[in-house]
Every structure is written in structure tokens, then in C-alpha cells.
Design a protein around this ligand. Structure first.
Ligand code: AR6
Length: 506
């Protein structure tokens, strides 16, 4: 009826807030105790991008750099072998160099994926790859000049950010490709970096497969672009670790649901341009990007490889934490998914930049819980965990008025590799977005049924003016019903009945 007509439901994409239109002017770039800036800020203000000088640190709060004093003789080897390689590059030399300065792994690491990739491509592409390998080696060796200042680790439980140039990221990633980062080759329990993702590319080089071939294509495309004088981008990227200080009391929250655009067509990265794009993350950000994983997060990292740099310094995300990344560039296009994923060519990114010269693209990494048994997720503590995680990701900065918050672009977060129930996870995300005062663009990734079901329940919630607190209460009831009866009734029907029940009781 009329009530329905007024409800902000099923809005077209064009009605949701996006960057650059809703951009709020930034304060001048500056560093602070919680924001490390790796470019010289004064030079930046006069239009130059130069590394910030500083001293290295060799302790548990900073990235251990391969050219530190403690690593002098290894860095000499790195210089020697990478210079050889840059003069006359070949995949065999890549293998030889990497094994030379990582001698403990000589028998463990294999390079068949790199060799097979190289064999699989046509002659002219081989030339390009060799040329790129050479330039990457040169770029890697510029690390002491490009990143002289210690890079802090984004440790658990802290709200800290790092801003650096795309060129610095390129240099760090060239080093990661050539496996120069010390102490990063093992993630065994109790090892120094066991709570960090891997960063050296060694895991990419073995275990040849079509997936690996496609990954190499995307990565070499990235390295080709950033190692060329003409096309190396001139801008900054910020990595921000956010920790929810005080989780909301969901039961008492009275926020109403925000606008929703839902579609079974389109994807987060294309149709969600300018919005806060959700990375369906692993708590070790990037997940399997450097091994064989190839679902949403890995694809995101492959087409925007600057994201991979997060693995260098981002400790495993805790339940109430997320990582926000602003300014990464898209270098490649693709089609397909997982085994059918194919690199389809370079991408020209015309996203405008903000005052800090960052592309106006914001990605938020939030990791859902991986459920081994379906039932586990219908428990209040799991629902709460996911609500807090999503809210941590969607929450704006303290001083940003809602008018300046781009919508969230998301989809079946936690419902692929992680086995979540899309109906439940969607409500969780809608609740978190409502509390964060952001609208939602939801891409069901060809799931037509979910599109209809969510549309209906969203319309119901909005037209009945159901608060998120009240829906939370209904979810609690659902969980206890599941627990008590061992049945799994349809969640949306249960909510409609349950919420109607409470209305009539009042
Ligand atoms: N746009 C919209 N929807 C998508 C897109 C896209 N670009 N890509 C996939 N989907 P999944 P998870 C849909 O399995 O369950 C990684 O290894 C598609 O329907 O990537 O949270 C991470 O590193 C897909 O089934 O997310 C983690 O370890 C669903 O979203 C783990 O997977 C879920 O995508 C996270 O698994």
C-alpha cells in the first residue's frame, strides 16, 4: 500500500552516494604518531613525491628490511644476483638468484609454475616479460633509496595507518617477487611472523597450473606498467587498520534500515565504483593470492596488485578489526572466476584523485567466519561477531557526516569459501550498514532467488519501520529456535512471523 511507496527500497544505483561526488575535502597531508607517511610531506605540498628520509629499525614493531645492517652480506648477494639478472634476464636466473640468497629453501622451493608460464606464452610476450623482469630487478635494488624510513607493522589492536607512494609500493612488491624480505619465509607456529601473511612470492613459483599462469599474466602486466617511466603512476595509497573500540549493543540500537540497491547482475568492483568496496577477506589479508586461491579476494588483489603490499605489514585481523585501503589502482581486466578466471588485458584507470593524490577508490577488508558446519552460524555469539566485523568495516571516520559516506558495495560476503548462509549474512550487513548510516549496493553474483528474497525482506523491514535492535531480537529468537528444535526454518519467513508477533503483542 501507500506505506510501501514511501519506503526507500529498491533504489537505482544512481541514487546511492559515490566518490568523487560525496568526497569531503581532506586536511593537509601530515604525519602523526598513528599515521606514518613514507613520502616527504613538505615536498609533497609543493608537488613532488620524494621518499621521507629516516632510519631503519630492526625490531618487532617494524618491517625488517633486506638492506638492514644485520643483513649486510645477504644484501650484497641480492645486489650481485639481481644485477646479473637485470643484464640478461631469464626465468632460470630468477630461480638461481632467489635460491642463492635464500639457501635454506634451496631444496624446498620449486619454480615449475614460473617456467611453465614462460613456456606457455608466445615469443613476443616472452620478450616483454624478460624486459619486465630486468626492470623489476633494478627497481628492487632501489629499495634503500626509495624506502629509507622504517615501515611500522600494523599490529593487532591498534588504529594505525601508513601512506606511501605507488612507486614505493612497486619497489616493495618487486622485492617481494624476488623474495628478498628477511625472516618472512616461514609462518610456522611460534615463528617471528607466524601471525602475518606471507609476502615473498616463493609460493607462487611452484605448483604449475592454469590459475598460476593467469596470476603471472596479471602480475607481470602490473610490473610492466609501474617499471616504465611513462606509465608509472604518480600518487599515494593509504593502508589503515581500524579497531572497533566499543562494540555496539545491538539489541538496543534503534537505527532504521538504509537504502538498498540489489541486483543479480554486475560486480562489486565494476558497478560499485566510487563506493566502499568490500573485500571478502581472509584474516590474513590477501588470502591465497600468492598461492593457488582465486576467489573474490584473490581476484581483487590480482587486478589491484598494490593491495598485496598490505601483506608486508598487516598482522592477522582480529574479530573487531578491519583494514581500509584508499587509492589503489586497477591495472588489469579479467573474466571468469576461480578455475575459469582469465586475465584479459591492461586496464586504464581514470578514477580521479583526492587532495593526497590517492585514487578515489576505497576497499575494506573484512574477514567473515569460516563455518565448517552450517548450524554453527545460527548462534548469537557468531551473529554478533559478524555484526561487529561488518560494522567495523562500514563505520566512517569520527568526523565524517553521513552525507559524505559513500554507499557500501558488497555481496555474498562469507558465503562462498566460508560457507555462510547468504540470507543471514545479508541481514547482518544491512544492519551494520544501517548503524553506520550508509546505503548498500548488493551484488548477488547471478543469484536471482537471493535478489528477490532480499528485496522482499528489506521492503518488509523498511515498511514496518523495524529497527535493527528489533531485528537483532528476532535473530536471537531464531538462533534459540534452531538450538531448541534442531529445525532450520526459512529465516526470512521466521522473521516476518516473529516481528509481526511482537507487533501484535504490544
Ligand atoms: N562481486 C560480487 N560478488 C562476488 C564477486 C564479485 N566480484 N566475486 C564473488 N562473489 P568468496 P568468502 C560472490 O568465496 O566466502 C578467499 O580465499 C560469489 O557468489 O570469495 O568470504 C579469502 O582469502 C562467491 O561465492 O568469499 C578468504 O580466505 C561469494 O561472493 C575466503 O576466500 C563469496 O565469495 C573468503 O571466503
Amino acid at each position: 500500500g501507500n506505506e510501501d511507496d514511501e519506503a526507500p527500497v529498491d533504489v537505482p544505483l544512481s541514487e546511492l552516494k559515490k566518490l568523487p561526488a560525496c568526497h569531503m575535502e581532506l586536511e593537509k597531508l601530515s604525519f602523526s604518531t598513528t599515521h606514518t607517511v613514507l613520502v616527504n610531506v613538505n615536498e609533497f605540498h609543493v608537488g613532488r613525491l620524494l621518499p621521507q628520509s629516516g632510519s631503519l629499525k630492526w625490531d618487532s614493531n617494524f618491517v625488517k628490511m633486506p638492506f638492514c645492517d644485520a643483513q649486510r652480506s645477504r644484501w650484497e648477494d641480492i645486489q650481485k644476483y639481481l644485477s646479473h639478472l637485470s643484464d640478461a634476464p631469464s626465468p632460470a636466473k630468477v630461480e638461481k638468484a632467489i635460491k642463492k640468497y635464500n639457501p635454506s629453501y634451496r631444496d624446498q622451493w620449486t619454480f615449475d609454475a614460473l617456467h611453465c608460464f614462460f613456456e606457455s606464452i608466445p615469443e613476443d610476450e616472452r620478450e616483454t616479460v624478460l624486459h619486465t623482469l630486468s626492470k623489476m630487478a633494478k627497481l628492487a635494488l632501489k629499495l634503500p633509496a626509495l624506502c629509507p624510513k622504517a615501515i611500522p607493522l600494523l599490529r593487532r589492536g591498534t588504529n594505525c595507518s601508513i601512506t606511501l607512494s605507488q612507486r614505493q609500493i612497486g619497489c616493495l612488491l618487486a622485492n617481494a617477487f624476488y623474495c628478498t624480505f628477511p625472516h618472512r619465509n616461514t609462518t610456522q607456529r611460534h615463528s617471528e611472523y607466524s601471525s602475518f601473511p606471507t609476502i615473498n612470492f616463493s609460493s607462487l613459483f611452484g605448483g604449475s597450473s592454469e590459475r598460476k599462469n593467469q596470476k603471472f599474466k596479471a602480475l607481470f602486466n602490473y610490473f610492466r606498467i609501474i617499471t616504465s617511466e611513462e606509465s608509472c603512476p604518480f600518487g599515494l595509497v593509504t593502508f589503515q587498520r581500524c579497531c572497533l573500540s566499543k562494540p555496539p549493543d545491538w539489541r538496543r540500537e534503534s537505527a532504521m534500515f538504509t537504502k538498498l540497491h540489489i541486483s543479480s547482475k554486475g560486480s562489486i568492483e565494476e558497478q560499485g565504483t566510487g563506493m566502499l568496496q568490500v573485500d571478502f577477506a581472509c584474516n590474513m589479508v590477501g588470502g591465497g593470492v600468492l598461492s593457488s586461491g582465486l576467489v573474490q579476494e584473490e581476484i581483487l588483489f590480482l587486478i589491484h596488485p598494490e593491495l598485496i603490499a598490505a601483506r608486508l605489514f598487516t598482522e592477522r585481523l582480529d574479530d573487531v578489526e578491519c583494514l581500509k585501503i584508499t587509492g589503489v589502482q586497477q591495472y588489469s581486466t579479467y573474466k571468469g572466476y576461480s578455475d575459469t578466471f582469465r586475465y584479459t588485458g591492461p586496464h586504464t584507470d581514470d578514477t580521479p584523485r583526492d587532495e593526497w593524490k590517492r585514487l578515489q577508490r576505497q576497499i575494506v577488508a573484512i574477514d567473515a567466519v569460516c563455518f565448517t558446519r552450517r548450524r554453527e552460524q545460527y548462534c548469537v555469539s557468531s551473529v554478533c561477531r559478524e555484526l561487529n566485523k561488518a560494522y567495523c568495516g562500514f563505520q566512517g571516520d569520527f568526523n565524517t557526516p553521513p552525507d559524505y559516506l559513500p554507499a557500501v558495495a558488497t555481496g555474498k560476503w562469507g558465503c562462498g569459501a566460508f560457507n555462510g548462509d547468504p540470507k543471514l549474512k545479508t541481514l547482518v550487513q544491512l544492519m551494520a550498514a544501517a548503524l553506520a548510516q550508509r546505503d548498500v549496493a548488493y551484488f548477488t553474483f547471478k543469484d536471482g532467488q537471493l535478489e528477490k528474497d532480499v528485496q522482499e525482506i528489506h521492503r518488509f523491514l523498511v515498511s514496518r519501520k523495524v529497527t535493527i535492535g528489533r531485528l537483532y531480537h528476532a535473530l536471537e529468537n531464531y538462533c534459540s529456535h534452531v538450538h531448541r528444535t534442531r529445525e532450520l526454518p526459512d529465516l526470512y519467513k521466521f522473521i516476518r512471523d516473529n516481528v509481526t508477533d511482537t507487533t501484535s503483542k504490544h
